[in-house]
Design a protein around this ligand. Structure first.
Ligand code: AMP
Length: 171
């Protein structure tokens, strides 16, 4: 696990001064690390009867698609406004400066679908909390929110449903 942690690179002052950006592109680009990361996460959910993975734009699509393939499920996309072509429902949420919105197709799920929501990194938890709020009214059962990595000091998991957050790497 330490090898996986070490391959994630710190980029200071990106996208703005004072932020240490955790750059996962180095992990994704390394064949062994990428495979190990996906295998370890997928292993956690084998046999859990998951129906759909929900991937959050954009880096959540990478983990989400890999998990869906391994688990034999579909993947549903949560996208920035105006990208999804059919009927959508949307949610707005607060960022450090201003606000943002995310959308999902209205008919994405069947009643009672068990889903995992996937994203690359848990920071403040604002994005994942918004996606939880967006889909929990759609008749699904949220099995877990899954991340490649988590910035533990930000305590983002306190914004998410109790006991339903898992991250492979604690940074
Ligand atoms: P948050 O809503 O604060 O949990 O973060 C939302 C998204 O922003 C995450 O999915 C990450 O992709 C990205 N993000 C936030 N903080 C960082 C960081 N320090 N390094 C890399 N990505 C970040």
């Amino acid at each position: 696990m330490d090898e996986l942690k070490q391959i994630i690179r710190d980029i200071p002052d990106f996208p703005k001064k004072g932020i240490i950006f955790k750059d996962i592109t180095t992990l994704l680009a390394d064949a062994k690390s990428f495979q190990r990361m996906v295998d370890l996460l997928a292993h956690r959910y084998i046999g859990e009867k998951i129906d759909q993975i929900v991937g959050i734009e954009a880096r959540g699509f990478i983990l989400g698609a890999a998990l869906a393939y391994k688990l034999g499920t579909g993947i549903t996309l949560v996208r920035k406004p105006g990208k999804l072509p059919s009927q959508t429902r949307s949610i707005s949420y607060e960022l450090e400066y201003g606000s943002d919105s995310l959308e999902i197709h209205e008919d994405a799920f069947k009643e009672g679908d068990r889903v995992i929501i996937a994203d690359d990194l848990l920071a403040t938890g604002g994005t994942m909390a918004a996606v939880v709020a967006l889909i929990e009214k759609m008749g699904v059962e949220i099995h877990e929110c899954a991340f490649m990595a988590e910035l533990e000091f930000l305590d983002g998991r306190s914004k998410l449903p109790e006991g339903k957050t898992y991250s492979l790497l604690k940074l």
